[in-house]
Design a protein around this ligand. Structure first.
Ligand SMILES: Nc1ncnc2c1ncn2[C@@H]1O[C@H](COP(=O)(O)OP(=O)(O)OP(=O)(O)O)[C@@H](O)[C@H]1O
Ligand SMILES: [Mg+2]
Length: 322
């Protein structure tokens, strides 16, 4: 099943085209991460998909429902952690969750058990009966994440969910997202700046710049596209300068050599095929190997390259006459 289908989704704020002609299909139980620089249009995209903003042009279907026609139903079936979520500071955590549960028509008899379940799921602090205003920023964020998932939505939008979380809290949230997507087929649409997280978490990533989608692949596919940039590092027990000739004879390009740290790094064209024979002949030629490792281009490197390559000044190439 398809969870989200955007067709030419576009948003203008006056003369500014914040989101430009997005065509994007997201499958059920995907964990989709939308990456992009500040002001790229991520939050605006989510706000259109959750009915907080009306598209200027184009549209989308969310859970098979048209955002122009079925907003009420969409709202009741999706969860949305906004960019700057607010809790009722004077109400306790439990009262905040209760309030939200009622708003989303969670049956009264289920609220208590669901509260316990979700507190457990996200390892929320035992501060349920304290005023939300007395909690730390990260704790509030965790409660806001739990709140967005309280009514067990099929599709959950999380706008920078882990930005203010400690590494251990972020890990808990990531683990729950993966579990919910796998076990319960829930779909996640996440806006994030955390490339490390996107790489580990997502089944697919989209990169948006100046409102335009410039890439959409799985993290592995993105790496595959740039596999030529993989560098193989060969570290020796003792440095031998003849290693340079060794690789030149084999017609393998050397990227870098470091006598102090006793390694060379090279570009191997077909890693799977060539690596075993290279290791063999290194050994045959009496090089004492300590380590052979491949460094695949990180999502961060790919992201930065794409943004740099594709970056066009806003308003020059991407604006249509209005
Ligand atoms: N309500 C609004 N009125 C006018 N301009 C807006 C409005 N909301 C967003 N914008 C503009 O639209 C562009 C996209 O903003 P958006 O918040 O979608 O970016 P973002 O990708 O979420 O950025 P960030 O990573 O900083 O959260 C920005 O230039 C922003 O200033
Ligand atoms: Mg944003």
């Amino acid at each position: 099943m398809i969870a989200i289908e955007m067709e030419g989704l576009t948003k203008d704020f006056g003369a500014l085209r914040a989101v430009n002609d997005l065509d994007l299909v997201i499958e059920e139980s995907a964990i989709f991460s939308l990456l992009g620089p500040n002001g790229a249009g991520k939050t605006t995209t989510v706000r259109m998909l959750t009915g907080l903003l009306r598209p200027t042009i184009g549209g989308a279907k969310v859970l098979g429902l048209d955002i122009a026609e079925n907003l009420q139903e969409i709202r009741s079936r999706v969860g949305h952690l906004t960019e700057t979520p607010a809790l009722y500071e004077r109400l306790t955590v439990r009262q905040n969750l209760d309030f939200f549960a009622k708003l989303y028509k969670v049956p009264k008899t289920e609220i208590k058990s669901r509260t316990e379940e979700i507190v457990d799921l996200f390892e929320l602090p035992e501060k349920l009966d304290e005023p939300a205003g007395s909690l730390s920023k990260g704790m509030k964020q965790k409660i806001a994440i739990a709140r967005a998932m309280f009514h067990k939505p099929e599709l959950i939008f999380l706008d920078e969910p882990t930005a203010s979380l400690s590494p251990e809290s972020a890990k808990v949230v990531r683990e729950q997202i993966i579990k919910l997507a796998k076990k319960e087929k829930r779909t996640f649409f996440i806006c994030t700046h955390n490339l490390f997280e996107a790489e580990r978490l997502s089944t697919r990533v989209g990169i948006i710049n100046h409102g335009m989608l410039i890439a959409q692949e799985s993290p592995a596919e993105l790496r595959e596209m740039r596999k030529d940039e993989t560098v193989t590092i060969i570290r020796l027990a003792t440095w031998e300068s003849r290693i340079k000739d060794f690789f030149e004879d084999m017609n393998i390009e050397i990227f870098e050599q470091n006598q102090d740290k006793k390694y060379v790094s090279v570009f191997i064209k077909d890693i799977e095929k060539q690596t075993p024979s290279i290791i063999n002949s290194l050994t045959k030629n009496n090089f004492q190997l300590v380590e052979v490792k491949h460094e695949f281009p990180s999502l961060e490197r790919i992201y930065l390259e794409l943004i740099e390559l594709e970056g066009v000044p806003r308003g020059e190439n991407n604006m249509e006459e209005s």
